[in-house]
Design a protein around this ligand. Structure first.
Ligand code: ATP
Ligand code: MG
Ligand code: MG
Length: 392
């Protein structure tokens, strides 16, 4: 077996943690950059000798350069990193970076990302930029073209819907509430996409240009945060195929190797609109750990290291992923939900080892596998009834 390259990961959250599992199996040395000694990812894999996992922000030039000096290749588990430093590191030949820092920079700004994809013929919901510190009049002006409702979105540093604010009317108090909620951040507006379903596809591409997608999944969000994911996408088979095609085409416009999560809206007329792309493992691919022949995490490592890509087919006829979200600062509801799933056949529990629980924070997830959709639905009901906010 060829000597393994050392991989440096910017970010040590749950996605980094799930990358450590296949890294251990494949004997890939990993170094994780994040602030804190016991982040979710650092808990699960020791740094290769003689190193220790660097302790510092993944936006810090000094820390990224220190990581690069100890690694052969850098990658990310979060897009909100310092793309400029990654670009210099790559340019100076200090370390390879995958996916490309240019892709990471483009994706960091959701408005630029949308513009780039729309200009290349990828269908997206209508959208419009807003000036910095927009006034009420600026917001009213975009509704002239986009109609109502609209989704006001932060261009940068958005995740789990925390940069989104739906706006139903142009009443002064509603606009003010949305602007206050989003705070002092660069914003843009999207026309409302009255989707019938949300769909996501994971796409992996290696440096040699080989591309493989996973089966499309249905993602069910509440208040802009992913709750449940169903795999494969149910209903008409053609949609799965078209979603994979669109996702592969969109990723084809981005540079670099690795796994990409492509979020889409399925519209009433069967058309698909692209919502956004993540240049990293994604919550809508977590089920692939138990439910696919090769997990999204393993395929990411294989892709960036030029190892053969793994098969993406599902191992089971039906699967689901249920996020375990914090409901308060107490860990008790998190553990209660995780423990109740242990009695359900086909359920696999993942807890992320986060020190503190907070409302709507992703604390873990459960993957369910079953021999049929009917069997899956029954198991899913058992688990969802144990959720603290099941009736919400
Ligand atoms: P993520 O955690 O996926 O990175 P995010 O914070 O970047 O999320 P988006 O993916 O833009 O936010 O939006 C989150 C959710 O909000 C979407 O999955 C969808 O449910 C809803 N949403 C976003 N944009 C629109 C839109 N234009 N019309 C209707 N619903 C939308
Ligand atoms: Mg996002
Ligand atoms: Mg999203």
């Amino acid at each position: 077996m060829a000597p393994r390259k050392t991989v440096g990961i910017l970010g040590g959250g749950q996605l980094g943690r799930m990358l450590t599992h296949p890294a251990a199996l494949l004997g890939i040395p990993l170094l994780i950059l994040d602030s804190g000694e016991y982040t979710p990812a650092k808990q699960t894999l020791l740094a290769p000798q003689p190193h220790s996992h660097p302790d510092g922000p993944f936006t810090s030039e000094q820390h990224i350069r220190e990581l690069a000096s100890k690694c052969d290749i850098l990658t990310v588990e979060i897009e909100h990193v310092n793309a400029d430093v990654l670009e210099s590191v790559e340019r100076e030949g200090l370390c390879e970076v995958q996916p490309s820092p240019r892709t990471i920079r483009l994706i960091q700004d959701k408005y630029e990302q949308k513009k780039y994809l729309a200009e290349r013929g990828i269908p997206v919901a209508p959208f419009e930029g807003l000036p910095s510190n927009p006034t009420e009049e600026d917001v009213v002006a975009v509704t002239k073209n986009l109609g109502l409702p609209i989704m006001l979105k932060a261009k940068t540093l958005a995740y789990d819907g925390r940069g989104n604010s739906p706006l139903q009317s142009t009443h002064s108090k509603d606009i003010q509430a949305s602007l206050t909620h989003l705070g002092d951040r660069p914003l843009y507006a999207e026309g409302w996409a009255p989707f019938v379903k949300e769909v996501a596809v994971m796409v992996v591409r290696n440096k040699e240009g080989e591309v493989r997608s996973y089966d499309a999944v249905e993602t069910i969000h509440r208040e802009s945060i992913l709750r449940v994911c169903l795999a494969p996408l149910r209903g008409e088979k053609g949609v799965n195929h078209r979603a994979r095609e669109l996702a592969e085409k969109a990723v084809g416009h981005l540079e670099g190797a690795g796994i990409f999560g492509v979020e889409m809206f399925l519209m009433e007329d069967g058309s698909l609109l692209l919502n956004e792309i993540a240049p990293r493992p994604h919550n809508s691919g977590h089920h692939t750990i138990e439910a696919a022949l090769t997990s999204q995490f393993e395929n990411h490592l294989r892709a960036i290291l030029s190892l053969p890509l793994g098969a993406t087919a599902l191992r089971v006829p039906s699967a689901a992923m249920i996020n375990i979200l914090g409901s308060s600062s107490s860990m008790d509801p998190v553990h209660a939900m995780a423990d109740s799933a242990l009695s359900v056949p086909g359920a696999a529990v993942h807890l992320y080892g986060k020190a503190e629980s907070r409302k709507a924070r992703k604390m873990g997830h459960i993957t369910l596998t079953a021999e049929s959709d009917a069997e899956l639905n029954e198991r899913l009901r058992t688990i969802l009834f144990a959720q603290p906010d099941a009736d919400a």
